[in-house]
Design a protein around this ligand. Structure first.
Ligand code: HEM
Length: 126
């Protein structure tokens, strides 16, 4: 069970990141498919399942945010990822600004990966 949920977590995370990159690049090209219903709904569906897998993992390993600071760090970083990811896609912005916001969102993802592996909210202080 644990391995199935963990691999689902990692796969969903990868799909979420790749789809964010594709959508930001498509936004800079004014791609029409971004207006389609599936393109608007699927990121929410993917992120919901990602969160469900995260909750299942927390229950399985018995560790939770606040009690376990590395999970608080992941939760905060998730807010950063979603916030900067949204900034990269929405609104009337230059391509440079969109790519800068995307880079910041990807930095949050990188942080979450390192924190998940090290279980340390300050991985640079190992
Ligand atoms: C989209 C952002 C996320 C990324 C990039 C990410 C990344 C990862 C990675 C790489 C692992 C495997 C670590 C390992 O055991 O080697 C993992 C496991 C895990 N993640 Fe996430 N995760 C994300 C979102 C979340 C969120 C929001 C939570 C909950 C606050 C969470 C909770 C967990 C838990 C509990 C594990 C299991 C750790 C273990 O098996 O010991 N993840 N995550």
């Amino acid at each position: 069970m644990y391995l199935i949920v963990k691999h689902s977590h990692l796969t969903l995370m990868l799909i979420s990141v790749v789809f964010l990159i594709i959508r930001v690049l498509a936004t800079t090209n004014n791609a029409q498919w971004l207006q389609r219903k599936w393109a608007k709904i699927s990121p929410h569906v993917i992120d919901t399942f990602l969160l469900i897998s995260a909750i299942m993992l927390m229950v399985i390993i018995g560790q939770y945010p606040i009690a376990d600071p590395w999970l608080s760090a992941k939760l905060l970083a998730l807010v950063g990822y979603i916030g900067f990811g949204t900034l990269a896609i929405k609104g009337d912005k230059s391509t440079l600004k969109r790519l800068a916001f995307l880079l910041i969102a990807l930095t949050f993802i990188g942080f979450m990966i390192v924190v998940a592996i090290t279980k340390n909210p300050f991985p640079w202080m190992l």
